[in-house]
Design a binder for this molecule. Structure first.
Ligand code: ADP
Ligand code: MG
Length: 318
């Protein structure tokens, strides 16, 4: 099968873990071994990844220099695609047979400059802070902040992904049999001006939304989002939490308030969009379960043919 696999959660950095190149590489090496096992089963891989912690760190580093040399978010998005793409490519080269073609492609994503999301920042980036520190940082740097679990984080605008600039090149590489690492961090947001020219935009696109678009457009047979929870839960974080084993997009859409903006919300939306637009199946779950998710035996599977929401029998609480 042709698979689009979006790496988030523990594949790059564990929640609360201090971001360092070495810590990230260690996690990416673990993820690469899972990806190599999937490739060994004969599947074709197109890999995307998040960039929340990384782009936030790059923003902090950039802001620590003279004000005029602080880099805009589109440039930081590009930096993070290079950094993380390199880490994944290195790990994959070490995990896969020599000679496997692997290409990391700097990817740009079209957005609408009038997207209402620019006025409502929801996408968490950078490190976790306690409430007092977050509020101090927000007032020093003119940030928007929001709670993330029991901590606080900077949040930035996350406009809708409308199209992928390099889609034809990604398709060409995939058709030629290369493993493609692309659409990192959802891609670098760009908009088309009245003169038809592209300009970078200050935002961080949700990687799951761009990945769904990518998966549809390159005709993936399945779209998988790997994260740090076993699947999608209803009543997440409460003692009534139950994990969805299988659901159709309509049933999930009826539950929209259950899935948090900026984290599980965009994943569920991305899965539903892919299923509605392609007729194929999407999966959400943990890295360690990846092969089982591909077999539709683990994680949360979103499929058009599922008549009602079914839940996992063994219900581990969130
Ligand atoms: P990723 O880096 O994989 O995109 P996110 O933090 O964006 O990770 O999304 C995964 C997180 O979503 C989980 O760690 C979990 O805390 C949170 N989450 C919020 N609502 C739910 C839910 N209903 N079911 C499962 N996880 C949820
Ligand atoms: Mg996310």
């Amino acid at each position: 099968m042709r698979l689009v696999i979006a790496l988030g959660g523990n594949a790059l950095l564990r929640r609360g873990q201090l971001l360092s190149a070495a810590a990230q590489q260690h996690n990416v090496n673990v993820a690469a071994r899972v990806l190599a096992d999937i490739a060994a089963e004969g599947h074709q891989l197109i890999i995307t990844h998040g960039n929340g912690p990384q782009v936030g760190l790059l923003a902090l580093q950039s802001a620590s220099g003279p004000a005029e040399s602080a880099l805009p978010f589109d440039v930081l998005d590009a930096e993070s695609e290079g950094w993380i793409g390199y880490a994944i490519e290195l790990a994959l080269r070490n995990a896969l047979p020599r000679g496997t073609e692997i290409v990391t492609l700097l990817t740009q994503t079209f957005v609408d400059p009038t997207d209402p999301a620019f006025k409502m920042p929801v996408k968490p980036v950078g490190p976790l802070y306690d409430e007092a520190t977050a509020k101090q940082m927000a007032s020093n740097h003119h940030w928007s902040i929001a709670p993330d679990g029991s901590f606080w984080r900077r949040v930035v605008a996350s406009p809708k992904a409308l199209g992928i600039v390099e889609i034809a090149s990604i398709r060409r590489l995939a058709d030629a049999g290369a493993i493609v690492i692309c659409a990192g961090g959802g891609g670098i947001p760009v908009c088309v001006g009245p003169d038809g020219k592209l300009t970078g935009v200050e935002a961080v696109i949700d990687k799951d939304a761009t990945s769904a678009l990518l998966a549809t457009q390159i005709e993936a047979d399945m779209f998988i989002m790997l994260t740090d929870v076993a699947g999608v839960y209803l009543d997440f974080g409460t003692d009534r939490a139950r994990m969805i084993a299988r659901a159709n997009p309509l049933a999930l859409n009826a539950q929209t308030t259950a899935f948090k903006a900026g984290s599980m919300g965009p994943k569920v939306q991305a899965a539903c969009d892919f299923v509605n637009n392609s007729g194929h199946v999407a999966g959400i779950g943990e890295l360690a379960d990846a092969i089982s998710i591909i077999r539709q035996k683990s994680g949360t599977i979103v499929a058009a043919d599922q008549p009602h929401i079914s839940y996992t029998r063994k219900n581990h609480l969130a």
